[in-house]
Structure formats: C-alpha cells, structure tokens
Design a protein around this ligand. Structure first.
Ligand SMILES: Cc1cc2nc3c(=O)[nH]c(=O)nc-3n(C[C@H](O)[C@H](O)[C@H](O)COP(=O)(O)O)c2cc1C
Length: 446
C-alpha cells in the first residue's frame, strides 16, 4: 500500500464537512503554523520538503515562494490554480469535491506563509458544483474561526475568494489566469515580469496548483524533512495520477513518486492492467501536452532501466525516447487506438484553445489540425508528414506561453514513434478510412 499524504482520509464518509474533517485531524496543521511558527518558518518547511509544483511544470514550490517580492505597503496575493482543463487530467477536481477542507486549510497556511490577506481559488468554470462545495467549506472554516478576521486570535486576517474560470484551457496558464481574474480576456502575459514581482493587479503574486497547496497540510504536520523522505531523488512526496483509457480501473490514485510504471499500470491497487484480451500500444503519461511513447518504452527506458513514476525517470531519454510526468494525466492506449486519429483529436483541441496572440501558435495549430484531418480522412500525401514535423518545430519555443509547445509535442512525438502508421494512412486511404480501421504496422505491443 503506497503512502498517502493527500487522500489518507478521502474514503471517510462525510469528510467533506468541517466536523468530520476536524475530527480526523483537520486544521491541526493550521493551528500549529499560526500559533507556533513564523511565516518564514512555514516557507522554510516548504523548501525542505522539496515539493514541486503539481500543475505540470514541476517547479520547486518553496523556491517559488522565496522569489516573492515584498515591497512595503503593497499587498501580496496567493492564487490557487484549479482550472484543470488539460485533457486526461481530473485529479484536482477529485480532491476538491472529496476533501475540500484540505485545500482550504492548505490555502490558509500558504497565505499566512506568504503574507497574503486576500487569496483566490480560480476553479474551472464548468465545475459549478465544486465551486459550491468550496464555498460551503469556506463558510464552515470562517464560522469556526479558521478564516476571516483575526484567525485563532493571532491578528492574521485572510479573505478567501472562489472565482469561476473563464471556460478556456488557456486560462490555466498562470498569467492568462491572472488576466481572467482581473476581469479581462485570458491572454498570457509576456514574462518578465513574473507574477512573483508583478502578478494580480500588478502586485507580487504566487500561483500554485491545488495539489501543490494541499500538500502543505501534511508538510506542516510532519515537517518538510519527513515529506522529502517520501518519494525518490528530487521527485519527493506523492502524486495524484488521473488514470484513463484502455485500463481496467480508471480513476484518481495517489502514488508515492518512484513507483514503477509497470506496477502502477498492472497492479490491482491501481490501473489493474490493460483491459482483457488487449495489449498496451502507447502511453501519454502526463496529460495531452506531453510526448506519447510506444509500448516498448513504457516499462523500460531506452537504457533498459525500469521506468519509474517520477519527473526524472519519465523524461529519461528526452524527447527522443522519453515523456513527462506533467500534470499526471496517465492516458493508456491499447491496439484498438489509431494514433493518427488521436493526434488529430488532440490537435483539434489545441487549435480551438489557442488564444491567438502568437502567430506560430494561432496559425500553426490550425495547420496541424488541417493536415492531420487530411491524413486521417484519406486525402494526405507523404510530404504532409514532414510538413507536420516542420510546423511543430516552428511553433515550439516561439510563443509567449507554453501552449504552443503543448500543441507541438504530441504531433512531433506521434510521428517520431508511429511514422509508419501515418504513412499507411497516406498509402492506403480507402483502407484507412474504413470505420474502426487501425494499422498496427511496426508498433510493438506489450
Ligand atoms: C495552456 C496551459 C494551461 C495550464 N493549465 C493549468 C491548470 O489547469 N492547472 C495548473 O495548476 N496549472 C496549469 N498550467 C501551469 C500554470 O501555468 C502554472 O505553471 C501552475 O499553475 C503553477 O503551479 P504549480 O507550480 O503549483 O504547478 C497551465 C499551463 C499552460 C501553458
């Protein structure tokens, strides 16, 4: 049984209510932080824990907090990114609806550490019922003296605002999120300045993911060193994984970082293996934005080492043979999946969600979608395959925000590993467009 840091109490009936959460040790970390620690000491524990941002980029949270500017007389803000619109990722949704007080407690501790007196939770707008759950939890925390004015008699005040998202994937990008929170169209900002210097309303701001912030409760209860002892190497702690696709047990799992991919995929405690009678063909390990890898690179790296669920091991081999942990959206494909169709589907999403500010992304995502549509529907030619690689290359690294990279990597990696499948679509358009047609070609199944 893997260590549980976030979901230890998730199975308890009524855990979404203040009383049950409190009976199970809830708000003890907050009491400890506010009554016995200085804000700097809380930041120090975050640094010691080595916890890395769980929104996708994996930037060390304590280090980010250390960058926060503290000019005299200027408010500071903490903004929780709960937009969660990455295809294949649904763990923040699960955490918030199941154990909302964990996020609220984490928000209060983190706001105290950063010296913020007004903090925001920006929740994917489609999740109205989750917004209601969080608002209920906030009201309960306030009624019990854990939120509002003079928290626990400490003199520290905090107002917590839940804000519905603008209904676009781009609003999850931290600076687009800040624009949206200010009531504007969610367009990413040029950086620098980074939010730590000029964020919400041009004031110093920290933006962290739901899971990152929720970790602070355990870190304060047990200490940063104890957190750092969980996991493997620089991938400390646990990670929530949203598992979907052709597996027996799709769902949200908390795993200790460093668990082998093979165990995560095949153990009954987690995914339970590929559905009966089928075989693994490919994996997208960290949400739709990360490179897809073929079955032969899923359990072993190109060097023959066991592939682990960690930032380092999943990206081992770089873009040639690796993928990424990203936001933990673990999407599994068996041999019935058509890689061309899936790549087109992802491209359609990125084209639709591009904010249109940067030409390479605005135009490039459209071209990729169009060319992939052509290939998938039997009208492609061989040059189209190289054209896709070329367009992906020209988007990558040439945009204000990483949505461009997120659109380019799935296309480039699909062609890198499954080129023969694209060629088959071009060579045999009639066969390729037959409903349900899938070409296996050189793909190795496991
Ligand atoms: C297009 C795009 C969408 C993103 N969506 C999310 C999201 O929904 N949730 C999230 O936490 N981070 C998202 N991110 C990453 C954020 O920009 C940012 O890195 C993150 O919120 C920082 O929190 P963390 O350090 O705790 O991971 C997105 C990034 C991009 C480029």
């Amino acid at each position: 049984m893997s260590k549980k840091i976030l979901l230890e109490h998730a199975h308890i009936e009524g855990i979404e209510t203040f009383d049950t959460y409190r009976k199970n040790g809830g708000y003890e970390a907050l009491e400890k932080a506010i009554k016995t620690m200085s804000p700097e000491a809380v930041v120090e524990e975050a640094k010691k824990s080595g916890v890395r941002g769980r929104g996708g980029a994996g930037f060390p949270m304590g280090m980010k907090w250390g960058f926060l500017a503290k000019p005299e007389g200027v408010p500071r803000y903490l903004v929780c990114n709960a937009d969660e619109s990455e295809p294949g990722t649904f763990k923040d949704h699960y955490l918030m609806k199941t154990i909302p007080h964990l996020l609220i407690e984490g928000m209060i501790i983190s706001s105290f550490a950063l010296g913020a007196n007004k903090s925001f939770i920006y929740v994917r707008g489609e999740l109205m019922y989750v917004i209601n759950i969080l608002q209920q939890a906030i009201a309960e925390a306030k009624a019990n003296g854990f939120l509002g004015k003079n928290i626990l008699g400490s003199g520290y005040d905090l107002e917590l605002v839940v804000h519905p998202g603008g209904g676009a994937y781009i609003c999850g990008e931290e600076t687009a999120l800040l624009e949206s929170l200010e009531g504007k169209r969610g367009n990413p900002r040029n950086k620098p300045p980074f939010p730590a210097v000029k964020g919400l309303y041009q004031c110093p701001t920290v933006v962290n993911n739901v899971e990152s912030i929720a970790n602070m409760v355990w870190i304060i209860n047990n200490g940063g060193d104890a957190y750092a002892a969980v996991g493997v190497g620089r991938s400390t702690g646990t990670k929530l994984i949203s598992a979907s696709g052709h597996i027996k047990n799709p769902g949200v799992y908390e795993i200790e970082l460093g668990l082998s991919v093979e165990e995560f995929m095949n153990s009954d405690e987690y995914c339970g293996g590929i559905r009966d009678g089928h075989h693994l063909k490919a994996l997208v390990a960290g949400g739709s934005s990360v490179p897809i890898i073929p079955a032969n690179l899923v359990y072993k790296t190109a060097n023959g080492e066991d592939r682990l669920m960690s930032y380092e091991s999943l990206s081992d081999g770089g873009f040639a043979t690796g993928t990424m942990l990203g936001s933990g959206g673990f999407i599994v494909f068996d041999e019935t999946a058509c890689i061309v169709r899936n790549t087109w589907n992802f491209s359609r999403f990125y084209h639709h969600e591009s904010c249109g500010q940067c030409s390479p992304c605005r135009e490039g995502t459209g071209w990729m979608e169009k060319v992939l549509h052509r290939i998938e529907h039997g009208h492609g030619n061989m040059r189209d395959i190289d054209l896709l690689v070329d367009v992906a290359k020209k988007i990558e690294g040439n945009t204000i925000c990483p949505l461009g990279d997120a659109a380019a990597w799935p296309v480039a990696s699909a062609i890198r590993h499954f080129r023969d499948e694209f060629e088959w679509h071009v060579k045999y358009p009639k066969e390729a467009t037959r409903p349900g047609a899938v070409y296996m070609g050189e793909a190795e199944l496991v």
